[in-house]
Design a protein around this ligand. Structure first.
Ligand SMILES: Cc1ncc(C[n+]2csc(CCOP(=O)(O)OP(=O)(O)O)c2C)c(N)n1
Ligand SMILES: [Mg+2]
Length: 394
């Protein structure tokens, strides 16, 4: 029957942990086309790391990722409560997807640049960006580093390799490719990575970016985060007749792989492979990270209206924090150590939130000066904004 899409679940194309081989970084893209329809996985159901993609990593590095994931989850739920309490207008969480942002933050180098979406707070947390600044930005108080000019959660930090988030979906992908083209022309050793959601692959920006990536072969990673939903729309709408999102890359001649995005070791290994390729001059890689958006799209959304409540609990890839916990226990980390990380993270988020709230929330402080909205966007204010500013009386 023509034009029939696969039903929900079938599209996961899950390979067994350890099943897929690991090619050399100079592999020809057409030799690994099958990788775009499988799914690289390292952690098996018992938490053991298996197969050729098992990365070289020590327990200390994994504990740092674990801590960032747990902190991100607690931070997200705290900000959700604050929104319900009326202290901020908006919050957006990444529950269920923390392995991707935090692990990628650790794999990329200090000179690399991520071009994120609103779903990667974990990247900043893993890179020790001050959580207090994130909260100040969400509360839009006087210490907001972006002076109230951005939607809560749209952070920016050049020092942490975190390009300013844009609310317009897809825009960050050509920006990342352009940034990577510039580093190639300047002969710098750095890599750009664009995060893009499953739904946002439907933007023309993604395809413009892929064309430039294919033509100029810059050191860029296009990281498609397939969390199964674009607000209320299931991922299969944007995927259309393709079996997977990774297959989009094949048409552009780019090596394209899929990985279990709830498997920290898989995410680490595949991202590092792509970064090594980029640094060795072999150009772009497309990676689809398979995961599940466990929470609502944002505080403006109610997922009970469009998906079964128990869908996450039956999602075959499980919860990324639970899976890393199981692995850490299997390599001898005591449960008490993990428990203490959780307790410390709870205390840290509570104390940091108290400090941010004391500086002001939307109910307890005057908004930042409107003059700031004019001052902090352009280095040299264009004439039309100068005019608007004087009309507004600032
Ligand atoms: C160009 C553009 N179109 C539509 C929107 C409204 N919008 C915001 S988020 C979103 C869904 C995006 O889904 P996806 O790319 O899968 O990312 P996710 O939210 O799942 O992380 C939409 C349609 C937007 N911000 N920009
Ligand atoms: Mg999505």
């Amino acid at each position: 029957m023509p034009f029939q899409r696969s039903s929900s679940g079938e599209h996961l194309f899950l390979s067994d942990p350890g099943e897929l081989s690991k090619p050399a970084i100079d592999v020809a893209p057409d030799e690994i086309e099958a990788m775009a329809k499988g799914c690289i996985r390292v952690l098996d159901p018992e938490g053991q790391a298996v197969g050729p993609w098992n990365p070289e990593v020590n327990t200390g590095e994994l504990l740092a990722i674990y801590k960032a994931m747990v902190t991100t989850r607690i931070f997200d739920s705290r900000m959700l409560i604050s929104q319900r309490q009326g202290k901020t207008s908006f919050a957006i969480e990444s529950t269920g997807e923390e392995a991707i942002s935090t692990t990628i933050a650790k794999v990329l180098g200090p000179q690399d640049m991520a071009f994120p979406t609103y779903r990667q707070a974990g990247y900043l947390i893993a890179r020790d960006y001050p959580v207090l600044s994130m909260m100040n930005q969400i509360y839009g108080n006087e210490n907001d580093p972006l002076f109230g000019t951005r939607l809560p959660g749209l952070y920016s930090s050049r020092e942490h390799g975190f390009f300013t988030i844009s609310g317009g979906l897809g825009t960050q992908v050509p920006q990342a490719v352009g940034w990577a083209m510039a580093t190639k022309f300047k002969e710098e050793d750095s890599v750009a990575l664009a995060f893009v959601g499953d739904g946002s692959t439907a933007t023309s920006d993604l395809h413009t970016a892929m064309t430039f990536a294919s033509s100029f072969m810059p050191p860029v990673i296009i990281a498609i985060v397939n969390n199964q939903y674009a607000i209320s729309t299931n991922e299969k709408t944007a995927r259309g007749m393709a079996s997977t999102f990774a297959q989009r890359g094949i048409g552009y001649g780019l090596p394209s792989l899929r990985v279990d995005g709830n498997d920290v070791l898989g995410v680490m290994s595949v991202t590092k492979w792509a970064r090594d390729r980029a640094l060795a001059g072999y150009g772009p890689t497309v990676i689809e990270y398979l995961t599940y958006r466990a929470g609502a799209h944002s505080t403006s959304d109610d997922p009970t209206r469009y998906r079964p409540k128990d869908e996450y609990s039956s999602f075959p890839l499980g919860d990324p924090i639970d899976r890393l916990e199981k692995h850490l226990e299997s390599v001898g980390v005591n449960q008490d150590v993990l428990g203490q990380i959780g307790t410390d993270a709870e205390a840290f988020i509570a104390a940091t939130n108290a400090e941010a709230e004391a500086a002001g929330t939307i109910t307890t402080h005057a908004p930042p000066s409107i003059a700031k909205a004019f001052e902090v966007v352009y280095e040299h204010m264009p004439q039309h904004l100068q005019l608007q500013r004087s009309e507004a009386g600032f």
